[in-house]
Design a protein around this ligand. Structure first.
Ligand code: VG1
Ligand code: CO
Length: 572
C-alpha cells in the first residue's frame, strides 16, 4: 500500500466550538475541507501506534467521512480502528467504548441536535483517552494546525465495508467493526437495578397503569432504546416511536425539548402516559416528560442526585463524590449538594469542562440546562442513562412506598416526585430564550453594551421594575464568568455575562458555540422560590413565574433593538 501526500491550502474558520467543528454539510463537502481538519487532528495529537474509536449519529455525510478518517488515519500511523457497525455509535456509547477498550482517543461524527441532510449540518469531534471531549488546550492546537496545513497524507486503498461485524486489515492498520449497542447495554445493566425496574413495570401494584413511551427522534438512540426498553426491560413495542435512525432525522430537528419533541408530547398527553422521554440526534441529550409533567433539566439532575445513592446500584457502591452544573444551569443541584454535604462545581458551558473533575474523583453527577445529564460512568452526557436513571428512581420510590403502606398505593409519578422535591428544597424557576441566526454585528453590540455595564459598574444597586407586574429587582452584581479548572488550573475567560439581583434571581447572556450560521444569542433567566412560599407559589407555571424577570432582562440588554427580533426563536 502506498501513502500519498496531497497538497492543500488552509481554510478559515475551522475552530472547534462548544462541541467540535460544526458546519453545513456543503461546507464540509468543499474540496479538501474535511481532509484538512482530519489531518489537523492527527498533527495536533500524533496517532502513531494508536487505537482510535470512530462512529457517529448516522447523519448524512457519515460514511464519506469515515472513509476519509481511515485513509488519513492509517497513512498517519493509526494502528487500530474500532468502528461501530454502519458507522453508528451514540456519543455516550462512543465514550464508553473508548474507555472500555482503552483506546487512545476517538472521533465522533455528529452535529448533535442540529438537523441533518445535504442542506443541514455535520460535525467532527475529537475525544481523548478518558472518553471525553478534547479540552480547549487540544482543540486550540487543532485549530492552529488548520491554519498552516500544506498537505495531508492518504493511504491508497479501496474503500472498506463497515456494515459487517468483524476484523480485517487495512494497509498497515487493523479495523474492527463492533456492535454499537452491546457494550453499552451491558454497562447500563451493571449501573442500574434492572430486576427492580422489571418488577415495577410488570409485577408491582402500579404496573398496570405505568406506561412508558420513548421517542428516538430518528436519531442514533433508536437501537439502544429498543435493546434496553423492549429487550432488557421487556416492555411492549408500543413503548418506542421514531426509533429508526435516518440520515436526515426524517426532516426533523432532533432536539428533545417541548417544541421539537412535540410528537412525544402529543402522544404522551393524548394517551395519558405517565413516563415519556426523548433523546437527541447523537444520544447525549434527554427530555423527561410525563402526562401533565415536564421536568426541567436543572430539576432532573437535582432529583437524580437526590436519590442516586439510595436507588442506583452504581452510586450505592461508589458513593456520590461531588455534583456539578454548567454556569447557566439552575442552582437546584447546588441545594442538593449542600444537603448531602458534598462539593458542587460550576463550570463553563460544554461537557468537556466536567471531565477533569471526574478523572480526579471529585465529581459523580452533573448536568446542563440544555437537556444534558450524566455521570462519571462515561465522559459525555448521556440521554439514555438519564432516562433509565429516572425509571430506576421511580421504581425505587414506588417500591419503598408499597413496602411502607402495603396494599396497592397510587403511583408516585413524575409530578409527585417534582412536588416532593420543591417542598423540600424550594424551586428554581428557569427558562432559556434562544435568538438563532441573528446578525453577528447585532450580537456583538449586545455583548458590548453589557460589557460596558460590567466595566463601569453602573448597574450595581440599580432598581428595575417590570412594567406588567410591577415587581422590582435590585442589581447585586454584574460580571463576566471566568473559570479556572481546579485540577489543571487552565483558565477559560468570558464564558457568559451574568447579572445577579438582591433576591437571588439571575440573568445570563451567552453566544452559542454550536451554531453553523450567523450568531445565536442565548438568554437564561432564573428565579428561586423557597419552599416556605407554599404549594401555590411553587407550582406556578414557569412562564408566569418568570415574566417580570424576563422583561427586566430584555430592558437591561436592549436585546430587541440590537437583534431586531421581537420574539426568541425557541424558548426552553
Ligand atoms: C449548546 C448547549 C451546551 C451543550 C452544547 C453541546 O452549546 O448550550 O450546554 O453542551 O450545545 O450539546 P452552545 O454553545 O450552542 O450554547 V450537544 O447535545 O450538541 O453535544
Ligand atoms: Co447531542
Amino acid at each position: 500500500h502506498q501513502v500519498k501526500e496531497i497538497p492543500t491550502k488552509p481554510y478559515d474558520g475551522q475552530k472547534p466550538g462548544t462541541s467540535g467543528l460544526r458546519k453545513r454539510v456543503k461546507v464540509f463537502q468543499q474540496e479538501h475541507y474535511t481532509e484538512n481538519f482530519i489531518q489537523a487532528i492527527f498533527d495536533a495529537v500524533p496517532p502513531q501506534g494508536a487505537t482510535l474509536v470512530v462512529g457517529g449519529d448516522g447523519r448524512f455525510f457519515l460514511k464519506e467521512t469515515i472513509a476519509n478518517i481511515l485513509k488519513i488515519g492509517s497513512a498517519n500511523g493509526v494502528k487500530k480502528f474500532i468502528i461501530g457497525q454502519n458507522g453508528i455509535l451514540s456519543t455516550p456509547a462512543g465514550s464508553h467504548v473508548i474507555r472500555k477498550r482503552k483506546a487512545n482517543g476517538g472521533i465522533l461524527l455528529t452535529a448533535s441536535h442540529n438537523p441533518g441532510g445535504p442542506d443541514n449540518d455535520f460535525g467532527i469531534k475529537y475525544n481523548m483517552s478518558n472518553g471525553g471531549p478534547a479540552p480547549e488546550g487540544v482543540t486550540n492546537k487543532i485549530f492552529e494546525k488548520t491554519k498552516t496545513i500544506s498537505h495531508y497524507k492518504v493511504l491508497e486503498a479501496p474503500q472498506v465495508d463497515v456494515s459487517k461485524i468483524g476484523s480485517f486489515s487495512y494497509g498497515p492498520s487493523e479495523v474492527e467493526i463492533i456492535d454499537p449497542v452491546s457494550d453499552y447495554l451491558e454497562y447500563l445493566q451493571e449501573i442500574f437495578d434492572f430486576p427492580l425496574m422489571k418488577n415495577f413495570l410488570h409485577n408491582s401494584p402500579q404496573a398496570a397503569s405505568f406506561k412508558v413511551l420513548f421517542d428516538g427522534m430518528h436519531g442514533v438512540t433508536g437501537p439502544y432504546a429498543k435493546a434496553i426498553l423492549l429487550g432488557a426491560l421487556g416492555l411492549p413495542e408500543s413503548s418506542v416511536q421514531n426509533c429508526e435512525p435516518l440520515p436526515d432525522f426524517g426532516g426533523g430537528h432532533p432536539d428533545p425539548n417541548l417544541i421539537y419533541a412535540h410528537t412525544l408530547v402529543e402522544a404522551v398527553e393524548s394517551a395519558h402516559i405517565p413516563f415519556g422521554a426523548a433523546s437527541d440526534g447523537d444520544g447525549d441529550r434527554n427530555m423527561i416528560y410525563g402526562a401533565g409533567a415536564f421536568v426541567t433539566p436543572g430539576d432532573s439532575v437535582a432529583i437524580i442526585a437526590e436519590y442516586a445513592s439510595e436507588a442506583i446500584p452504581y452510586f450505592k457502591k461508589g458513593g456520590v463524590k461531588g455534583l456539578a452544573r454548567s454556569m447557566p444551569t439552575s442552582g437546584a443541584i447546588d441545594l442538593v449538594a449542600k444537603d448531602k454535604g458534598v462539593e458542587c462545581f460550576e463550570v463553563p458551558t460544554g461537557w468537556k469542562f466536567f471531565g477533569n473533575l471526574m478523572d480526579a474523583g471529585r465529581l459523580s453527577i452533573c448536568g446542563e440546562e440544555s437537556f444534558g445529564t450524566g455521570s462519571d460512568h462515561v465522559r459525555e452526557k448521556d440521554g439514555v442513562w438519564a432516562i433509565i436513571a429516572w425509571l430506576n428512581i421511580l421504581a425505587y420510590v414506588n417500591e419503598s412506598q408499597t413496602k411502607v403502606q402495603g396494599g396497592a398505593p397510587a403511583v408516585i409519578g413524575i409530578k409527585q416526585l417534582l412536588e416532593k422535591h420543591y417542598a423540600k428544597y424550594g424551586r428554581n424557576f428557569f427558562s432559556r430564550y434562544d435568538y438563532e441566526e441573528v446578525s453577528s454585528e447585532g450580537a456583538a453590540k449586545l455583548v458590548d453594551k453589557i460589557n460596558a455595564h460590567i466595566s463601569s459598574g453602573d448597574l450595581k444597586g440599580k432598581k428595575f421594575t417590570s412594567p406588567s407586574t410591577g415587581t422590582e429587582f435590585v442589581v447585586k452584581e454584574a460580571f463576566n464568568f471566568d473559570y479556572t479548572d481546579p485540577i489543571d488550573h487552565s483558565v477559560s475567560k468570558n464564558q457568559g455575562q451574568v447579572v445577579r439581583f438582591e433576591d437571588g434571581s439571575r440573568i445570563v447572556w451567552r453566544l452559542s458555540g454550536t451554531g453553523s450560521q450567523g450568531a445565536t444569542v442565548r438568554m437564561y433567566v432564573e428565579r428561586y422560590v423557597p419552599a416556605s412560599a407554599g404549594p401555590a407559589e411553587l407550582q406556578r407555571d414557569t412562564a408566569d413565574g418568570l415574566k417580570a424577570l424576563i422583561e427586566v432582562a430584555l430592558e437591561i440588554s436592549s436585546l430587541k433593538e440590537f437583534l431586531g427580533r421581537d420574539k426568541p426563536t425557541v424558548i426552553t
